[in-house]
Design a protein around this ligand. Structure first.
Ligand code: ZN
Length: 87
């Protein structure tokens, strides 16, 4: 992940088409997708993937972290694939 120049290094949850920068730690939470794949991401991009991927949820361990609620609240307010409509 990230470009060679290091200027746009982002977390693993950042979608290629999503231009927004990371927020908080790059490994804030772990998302578990519908097929069981685990993706570690920042608060911003984890919320966006959570809103976009069918069946995705936070890893149970994430519930112990202070930003888990923040991720859920953000995801609840986002449409799927928000970067496609400029959000
Ligand atoms: Zn990110």
């Amino acid at each position: 992940m990230g470009s060679p120049d290091g200027l746009t290094r982002r977390c693993a949850a950042a979608d290629e088409g999503d231009p927004t920068p990371c927020e908080g730690p790059l490994a804030a939470v772990v998302i578990v997708t519908g097929d069981g794949t685990q993706i570690t991401g920042c608060v911003q991009h984890s919320a966006r993937q959570l809103a976009s991927m069918k069946g995705a949820r936070l890893h149970p361990m994430a519930a112990l972290l202070p930003w888990a609620l923040d991720v859920y609240c953000r995801a609840a307010e986002l449409p799927p694939f928000p970067w496609q409509i400029g959000l």
